[in-house]
Design a protein around this ligand. Structure first.
Ligand SMILES: [Zn+2]
Length: 174
């Protein structure tokens, strides 16, 4: 089944809700291992994720550039990747959400719109459920993962938008 077929599949809700399938759905992407996706520093060096107090920060050993620290590892990486001192990665080099199967950043953007919607719906549902008395609240890890996936999805949307615009500019110029 292709990703698009899975999206349309009537059981997609169940597929997304089991964490094992989240991996199959969103690619080789573990929210606790996002240091694999740390962008290059504008000085050309690859910075490192380091401990800082109770949390984490991404710092470049070579030039001293750093991102904004966070208690969450994935958030510290995201903060660095979004900072102007880090380089924009190639959208295809981010295997999150299985984007390497798409032919253009525009196609990837279309797909990500659906992914984002699913994540937003799941999160809203989980938050709603946790408020209802008498219902078993959704697992903390499940909610934590959803928040992380959504934040990364929005970031990757930005990366694809950047490359999509760039490719359209090149067509216009050429
Ligand atoms: Zn640097």
């Amino acid at each position: 089944m292709t990703v698009v077929e899975v999206m349309k599949h009537k059981d997609s809700k169940e597929l997304v809700e089991s964490s094992g399938n989240i991996l199959a759905w969103y690619g080789d992407f573990d929210i606790d291992r996002t240091h694999r996706f740390i962008s290059r520093c504008i000085c050309g060096s690859i910075p490192r994720l380091e401990r800082e107090g109770p949390g984490w920060i991404v710092k470049c050993q070579k030039c001293g550039n750093e991102g904004i620290g966070s208690k969450k590892r994935w958030q510290a990486v995201l903060n660095w990747n979004k900072a102007p001192v880090s380089e924009m990665p190639d959208w295809r080099e981010l295997p999150l959400f299985n984007l390497d199967r798409f032919n253009s950043p525009g196609d990837a953007r279309n797909y990500l719109k659906g992914v984002r919607k699913v994540l937003e719906n799941r999160l809203a549902e989980a938050r709603e459920k946790s408020k209802r008395p008498g219902k078993r609240p959704p697992g903390k890890k499940y909610v934590r993962n959803l928040i992380g996936y959504l934040a990364w999805c929005i970031y990757v949307q930005g990366v694809c938008k950047y490359w999509d615009k760039k490719s359209k500019e090149n067509i216009r110029v050429g």
